[in-house]
Each structure stands twice: as structure tokens, then as C-alpha cells.
Design a protein. Structure first.
Ligand SMILES: Cc1cc2nc3c(=O)[nH]c(=O)nc-3n(C[C@H](O)[C@H](O)[C@H](O)COP(=O)(O)O)c2cc1C
Length: 418
């Protein structure tokens, strides 16, 4: 028999815990996002389809990106037990200076298209979090304005060596003058990848108004108000070089770049130099032998060659070849702090986030980028604590097994079976 009683008011009152309503709509929206995927959902709701798809999409069948994300999902962690790790230290040293977290913001072109605060939001959020920010050659905020947004923290500059070499050399000089500490030379864009979503959406840079874009704009008035009432969207660091946006974009992709260009740029650049877009063990070894300061294993977030090697799978092979002392970074597919912890365990010195940053930006400007960093930080700290490690240096390959859904069965692909 269940014993019953009259409800007691004081017991009822104990259960009532009404929270003060959050009046700041942006904060309310962002606080409700618990994962990067939640930020992506908000971003999709708030951003015109063509701009969202430009960010979210990848090349051809988008297999590279899907596989890279799956590779991170397929991580199995191996925790140690009864190893006190009350205070977790997530800081590391990267390219001669500290970073509070083992990731930085990757270079992304046309960032103010996603949300008008663009690179300023990224650079100032990175400054507040104590992590590096990378400005793209095709950025929509100039080198000098990024420096103003992040005057004390670390700024890196991503270089496309353009058909007209002098344009790129001019950018290298400006970035050096502005005190950027690292130059990231991207080498995986001999031509533009085929972004089919962009073609289907009739997407163009700069954006053009069509019946479709106008209809799509109706539920997203704030993006359009921002777009129409803030400075013109352009490749800000290139605005003085002449040429339309389309011509500049075209000039940024050059199939003739080679090791000679790397030599020339190294001669011009006073700081650290990193090559981004490395996709096999031999190239990694060659670059490290040549004495570059770091390499980024990346397939450009799946936006260039589709069915490219999965950078996270390449990582242990490259680290085995070039040794633990070389600076090996990895990107493509990072959606969770656990992805970053797994990368560090397998020997990555550092990681970069592209879309995770842009989803936050689209979801809520600067505060949205802060939210991205906060989510990743708490996931990193939680994963480390659950693994029983208190510093990044304690992470080792034995903490991770890479489960494979995709097992190579043949072909001549050089690294697949190393
Ligand atoms: C919208 C967008 C624009 C990008 N623009 C550039 C660029 O201008 N230069 C570059 O080196 N990489 C560019 N990337 C690639 C990123 O630097 C990075 O390699 C990639 O986003 C990592 O994958 P993730 O988005 O899954 O984190 C871009 C990526 C995205 C999503």
C-alpha cells in the first residue's frame, strides 16, 4: 500500500527553482548551445542559405569532410584510473610562444560574408582566450585591422602565392610590419575545388540578389540588415591591388607554385613559417628536412581534392617519420574537444579549427566565437580529466585507438598501408 498525505506547501516551494529569465536574446541563444553541432543548427537558421552552404559545404561529393569527421568519431580512448588529475592544464607551446589551448583559429576567406563581425570577432575572441588567430589572404578584414583587434595576442598570416607574385610579396611585407609572428603558406589550391552546393545555389562572390536569395532573406532579416549597413564585403588586404573580387579569387589559385616559391618567401619572412595542406609522409619529411618551422596536415576541410587522405589518419604515420620534435599540426573535421585531445595523443603539436569557429560566428558574432572556444575548452578539460591526465604532455598514443570503418584493400596509394 502506498502511503499518501496532503501536499505540503514548503516541500512544493523547495522544488520551485525559477531562474531569472535571460533578457539578452543572443546570450540566451548561445547558452542553449552545448555542442558545436548545436551552434551549427543556430547558424543555419540565421544565415542565408548560400552563405551557410559556402561555409558548411565541401568539394564534389563531400567525402573528404565526412570521412575526416567519421575518423574522429571512431576514436576509442583508453583512460587510466585512480590517477588524480584535479587541475587540468590545457596550455602548450607552439612555434616559439605559448597558447592557452591546443588549437588556434584556421584561416578562412570571405569571413564577413558569414556574419558581419567576421575576422574582428575571431581575432578578438582568440586574444581573449589566449590562442592564435590566422588571417587568410582572402580575408575580409585587413592585416592592420586584425592587428588592431588583437594587438597583444598572436596573429598568424595565411599566404596564397598568387599568379602575380608581387601581390603576395607585398602581403608578406605588410604582415611582417604589423607584427604577425607566423606565416602559413597554403599549398593545396592549384585550382579551386568544385563546391557543388555553391554552383547549385548560384552562389557568387560577391553575393548577388536573385529571386531565390530575396525569398531566402525574408526569415533572416538581421543578416541582411548587417550586410547592407556595414562596410562593403571585399578582400580587405587586397583592396589596393586592383581587380574585381572574382579576378582576385582566380589569381589566388596558381597551379605553378613550387618549392622555389617556398624558398623565396622564407627569404622574405622574419618569423616562423608553416606549410599548410601536407597530405603524405614523403612531403612532410621533405619539408621538415628543409627546415620549415611546422607543417599542417590538412585537406582544406575537404574543400579541394575530394577523397583526399584523412589528416587524422595520416598523423601517426607522419609523426613516426619526422619525429616528435617536429611541429606537426592537423585540421579538417574537428567538431569536439575530444578530437583535439585525440590528435595531441597521437603526436600533433597543435590543431586548427575552421568551421567550428565559423558556426559560432554565424550563431552570434564575437559572443558566438567565444561560445565555440568555451565549448571546445570544456570538452578538452573533461576528456583529459576522464583520461586521467593533467597536462597535454602526458597524452600518449596509448590513450587512443583509431577504429577503422574504412580499411584499405588495395591500390598503389603510397601511404595507405604504411
Ligand atoms: C569557409 C571556409 C573558407 C576557407 N578559406 C581558406 C583560406 O582562405 N585559406 C586557407 O588556407 N584555408 C581556408 N579554409 C580551410 C581552413 O583553413 C581549414 O583548413 C579547414 O576549415 C579545416 O577543416 P574544418 O572546417 O573541418 O575545421 C577555409 C575553410 C572554410 C570552411
Amino acid at each position: 500500500m502506498v502511503q499518501r498525505q496532503l501536499p505540503k506547501v514548503n516541500e512544493l516551494l523547495e522544488l520551485m527553482r525559477f531562474k531569472k529569465p535571460e533578457l539578452d536574446a543572443r546570450k540566451r541563444r548561445l547558452d542553449a548551445a552545448l555542442t558545436i553541432a548545436d551552434l551549427r543548427t543556430i547558424a543555419k537558421r540565421r544565415t542565408p542559405k548560400a552563405a551557410f552552404d559556402y561555409t558548411d559545404g565541401a568539394a564534389e561529393g563531400e567525402f573528404s569532410l565526412g570521412r575526416a569527421r567519421r575518423a574522429f568519431e571512431d576514436v576509442e580512448f583508453h583512460p587510466d584510473i585512480l590517477r588524480p588529475a584535479a587541475d587540468v592544464d590545457t596550455s602548450c607551446e607552439i612555434l616559439g610562444a605559448p597558447s592557452a589551448l591546443p588549437f588556434g583559429i584556421a584561416p578562412t576567406g570571405f569571413t564577413r560574408l558569414m556574419q558581419t563581425e567576421g575576422e574582428t570577432a575571431g581575432a578578438s575572441a582568440a586574444a581573449a582566450a589566449g590562442i592564435p588567430f590566422t588571417l587568410s589572404t582572402l580575408g575580409t578584414t585587413s592585416i592592420e585591422d586584425v592587428k588592431a583587434a588583437n594587438p597583444v595576442g598572436r596573429n598568424w598570416f595565411q599566404l596564397y602565392v598568387m599568379r602575380q607574385r608581387e601581390i603576395s610579396y607585398g602581403l608578406v611585407e605588410r604582415a611582417a610590419r604589423a607584427g604577425f609572428d607566423t606565416l602559413m603558406f597554403t599549398v593545396d589550391t592549384p585550382i579551386a575545388g568544385a563546391r557543388l552546393r555553391d554552383k547549385r545555389n548560384g552562389f557568387s562572390i560577391p553575393p548577388q540578389l536573385t529571386v531565390g536569395t530575396i525569398v531566402n532573406a525574408i526569415p533572416r532579416p538581421w543578416w541582411w540588415i548587417d550586410f547592407l549597413t556595414t562596410p562593403k564585403l571585399e578582400f580587405a588586404s587586397l583592396s589596393t591591388t586592383g581587380g574585381t573580387v572574382g579576378e582576385l579569387l582566380n589569381a589566388a589559385m596558381d597551379p605553378t607554385i613550387g618549392y622555389d616559391d617556398l624558398d623565396i618567401i622564407r627569404g622574405m619572412w622574419p618569423g616562423k613559417i608553416v606549410v599548410k595542406g601536407v597530405q603524405n609522409v614523403q612531403d612532410a619529411a621533405r619539408l621538415v628536412d628543409l627546415g620549415v618551422d611546422g607543417i599542417v596536415l590538412s585537406n582544406h576541410g575537404g574543400r579541394q581534392l575530394d577523397r583526399a587522405p584523412i589528416p587524422f589518419h595520416l598523423l601517426p604515420k607522419v609523426v613516426r617519420e619526422v619525429g616528435k620534435d617536429a611541429t606537426v599540426m592537423v585540421d579538417t573535421g574537428i567538431m569536439n574537444g575530444a578530437d583535439i585531445v585525440a590528435s595531441v595523443a597521437l603526436g600533433a603539436t597543435f590543431t586548427l579549427i575552421g568551421r567550428a569557429y565559423l558556426y559560432g560566428l554565424m550563431a552570434g558574432g564575437r559572443q558566438g566565437v567565444d561560445r565555440t572556444i568555451a565549448i571546445l575548452r570544456s570538452e578538452i578539460e573533461r576528456t583529459m580529466t576522464l583520461l586521467g591526465v593533467s597536462s597535454l604532455a602526458e597524452l600518449e598514443p596509448r590513450h587512443v585507438t583509431q577504429l577503422t570503418r574504412l580499411v584499405p584493400v588495395g591500390g598503389q596509394g603510397q601511404d595507405a598501408r604504411v
